[in-house]
Design a protein around this ligand. Sequence first.
Ligand SMILES: Cc1ncc(COP(=O)(O)O)c(C=O)c1O
Length: 478
Amino acid sequence: MGQTPREVVFQLPLQRGTTPLAQQLAAHIRNLVSDGKLQRGDRLPASRLIAKELGVARGTVSDAVETLIAEGVLEGKQGAGTFVVIEPRVLSPARLHLAAHREVPLNPAPEPDIDAQTEVLIDLRPCRPSVAEFPVQAWRRCMSLAASAPLSSDYGDSQGSYRLRTAICDYLRRARGLRSEPEDLIITNGSVHAMHLLTLAFLNTRSTVYFEDPGYPLARQTFASSGATIAPCSVDRDGLLLESLGSRHRGSALVYVTPSHQFPLGSRLSITRRQQLVAWSDKHNALIAEDDYDGEYRYDVPPLAPIYSLAPERVVYFGTFSKTLFPDLRIGFAVAPRPILDVMRRYRTIFEYNGNSQIQHALATFIENGSFERHILKMRRVYSKKRAAVQERISKEIRTAHVTGINSGLSFTLELDESVDAHQVHRQLTTRGVLLPTISRYCANQKHKVNGLVFGFAEPSIDQLDQGLDQLIAVLNP
Ligand SMILES: Cc1ncc(COP(=O)(O)O)c(C=O)c1O
């Protein structure tokens, strides 16, 4: 202790008339500590000397020093001077950056042309619901009722509004045959948020996540952020291929599936495979993450019970209002075995306590008064019409591509013949202002050979779909 720091230290150019001089000086001293030029135990020169060196008032130096004492960077010792008391690495922005930035793969694989495209005429990307038919009046009434309810001085329930949880449970029982109690459910800011909570509750660096490939990049990144190993698993027209699961794990194991409508290929996991998956997870003590993101929309095929109904003690079921209502509503939920749900709820409490109570109440009313299910019924008819129109044109006018995965959801895949290359088609369409991503964009394993495109048919109007198809036909049938 007690060394006097190097002379160079206080030769800084202070800029008058911008940020207050005391703040500039404090920032400068902070940087010196971060860079290791001032170290723990170093004594600052007397304020009088610093003031003289810099040509500023002593009060300016005292203000800067007091700020840094309050921050815990410096400490004043009676009669001995002012000393640096913090390790330089604690302040280092480079280290903070590294700590916050775990090794998360960059997915979906960037397609610069699609991502940088500013002049979009027709947007055929998947998973985008149509909001043109949204019942604005009914929603406005629900919002207005929620806003007129008495306010609370509390934060609300960290598991989400009990009333909304009850409304969702009743809906899930009616519509999906899923039996649960409000106590089994947590409301979150979208289903990916619920996946984050599951990640915290269940995964660590020793865990393995068996993940559909191609699959939903955001879920993959979410699980990968725990440091868990991601084991990509193949998918075919019946959904996840059970043989590709293996039993590679030593720590906790999670299998992520989109059984109602595999993202992005569109297959439905057959009942046999659902049963096999449950049997596999029993044998290997794994948890199943069932992402039912657009299961409300199914066309000409019978319903299949959620995997959750087969094994509620082994499955976390994720649902969202992003596809049935609109994505920036940011409401989703998870139904989970209670010991897991309890940990998820505790993490939720630490981070933010609860979502927005008024919106949750508005949504509860919207479900209770029947508006939600009326809207879904209407949208099934709207999407059915669009889907039929697109399918008909493709089958009549395109020979080098065929449609798969169109029995449910808001998108399908266009498998391309070997004579055409999906990347080229995608690039050519992008220059024509049509966004139509490749399937490979969603592959964890970029060596995966999939020659196709993912076509979102829900959001564009019939007219826009026609214009998009005109361009696609022009590119595929030159
Ligand atoms: C496969 C899949 N899961 C979940 C979601 C929805 O996530 P959220 O509820 O966070 O909006 C999406 C959105 O596109 C998706 O494609």
